[in-house]
Design a protein around this ligand. Structure first.
Ligand code: PRT
Ligand code: ZN
Length: 283
C-alpha cells in the first residue's frame, strides 16, 4: 500500500503537540529540527515538517495526504479539504480588537474604519456577512502595534491569553472565529484504510486524554450509590477484596467533571481512591 504523508508544523506553536500526538499514536520517528521529512519506522507514513501556511494547500494538492494545522489557516487559505478530526490543542480565537480609548461601541461603527490584519480573507467574509465596509489593511506581522502607529483604527488577530492585546493598550471587541488544531485530509481519500487506521489511533489517544482511570474501595452496602455516580466505558469492574463485604471498583471518568465526581464518591463512602492517567481507549 502507498506510503502516506502527513504534514505538520516544522516549528512554532503547533509543532510540539503535533509530534506528541503522533508519538502517542505509537508512531516511531526521529524529530530532527534540520530535516524536512522523517520516515515512520513502524507504519507506512512519512512526516513532512512545513510552515503552517503551506499545509492546507499541500493537502489539497495531494503533496501530503494529511495535515495538522490551525483552522484559522485553513479558512484563510480557502482550500477544499476534509476536516477529519478536531485535536483539542492550539486553541485560540480570531478577534477584532480596538484601543482602550476607542469610541467604537457597535459593530456598525467599524464602517469606514481601517482594520489591520494578517487574516484578510476571513475578516473580509465576516465584515461582508455583517454588512460592514471597512478598509482592510493586510500586513504581514506585529498587527498589535498598528493602532499605536496610526496605521489602523482596529486590528483583527489571534488571541489566546489576551496578554498581547493588553500590553498594547487594546481590548477585544468582536469574535470573528474560534480555532484549534485539526487533522485535515484530501478530498477523495475518504476510503483509504491507512488513513482510517490513523484516525482511529488519534481518536483513541484523544479519548484517553479526556478521561481518568479510577480505582476505589467501597462497602457492598454503598455499591448502589457509587454505581449511580459512575459512567464507565460500559459498566465498572467490581472485584471482591480480602476484607469481607468490601469491593474494589475500577472505572473511567471524564476529566472535565473529575473533582465533582470524586467528592460525590467520597460522600457515598468511597475510600482509598486511586486515579491514573490512561494512555489509549480503543472502542
Ligand atoms: O512559522 P510558521 O508560519 O509555521 O508559524 P506561524 O508563526 O505562522 O504560527 P505560530 O506558530 O505562531 O502559530 C501556529 C498556530 O497556532 C496558529 O495558526 C493558531 O492556529 C495557533 N495559535 C494558538 C496561535 C495562538 N494561539 C496565538 N496566541 N497563533 C498565534 N498566536 C499569537 C497571536 O497572533 C498574537 O500575536 O499570539 C499572540 C497573542 O497571544 P496572547 O496569548 O497574548 O493572547
Ligand atoms: Zn505561519
Amino acid at each position: 500500500m502507498k506510503t502516506l504523508k502527513i504534514a505538520i508544523q516544522k516549528s512554532g506553536r503547533l509543532n510540539e503537540k503535533s509530534v506528541e500526538l503522533l508519538k502517542n499514536c505509537g508512531l516511531n520517528f526521529e524529530n530532527y529540527k534540520s530535516s524536512l521529512i522523517s520516515p515512520v519506522s513502524n507504519f507506512p507514513l512519512e512526516i513532512l515538517f512545513l510552515r503552517d501556511d503551506d499545509i492546507p494547500e499541500y493537502v489539497q494538492d495531494g503533496i501530503a495526504d494529511l495535515g495538522i494545522v490551525g483552522e484559522n489557516v485553513i479558512q484563510e487559505t480557502e482550500v477544499e479539504v476534509n476536516y477529519l478530526q478536531r485535536l483539542g490543542f492550539g486553541k485560540c480565537a480570531l478577534k477584532i480588537a480596538i484601543t482602550n480609548n476607542s469610541d467604537i461601541t457597535d459593530l456598525q461603527h467599524l464602517n469606514g474604519k481601517s482594520i489591520a490584519t494578517t487574516y484578510p480573507a476571513i475578516l473580509g467574509k465576516f465584515l461582508k456577512e455583517n454588512n460592514i465596509q471597512s478598509d482592510i489593511r493586510n500586513i504581514s506581522g506585529s498587527v498589535e502595534i498598528a493602532p499605536g502607529l496610526g496605521l489602523a483604527d482596529a486590528i483583527c488577530d489571534l488571541v489566546s491569553t489576551g496578554g498581547t492585546l493588553k500590553s498594547n493598550g487594546l481590548k477585544p471587541f468582536a469574535d470573528v472565529m474560534s480555532s484549534e488544531a485539526v487533522l485535515i485530509g484530501r478530498k477523495g481519500d475518504e476510503d483509504n484504510i491507512l488513513i482510517q487506521e490513523l484516525i482511529q489511533r488519534i481518536q483513541s489517544v484523544l479519548r484517553a486524554k479526556e478521561t481518568k482511570y479510577v480505582v476505589l474501595n467501597i462497602h457492598r452496602d454503598n455499591l448502589p450509590k457509587i454505581m449511580s455516580l459512575l459512567p464507565g466505558v460500559k459498566s465498572p469492574t467490581i472485584v471482591p477484596l480480602a476484607e469481607a463485604d468490601w469491593v474494589a471498583v475500577h472505572t473511567v471518568i471524564p476529566e472535565r467533571d473529575f473533582w465533582d465526581r470524586i467528592s460525590s464518591m467520597k460522600q457515598a463512602g468511597a475510600e482509598g481512591i486511586v486515579v491514573m492517567p490512561i494512555e489509549k481507549i480503543i472502542l
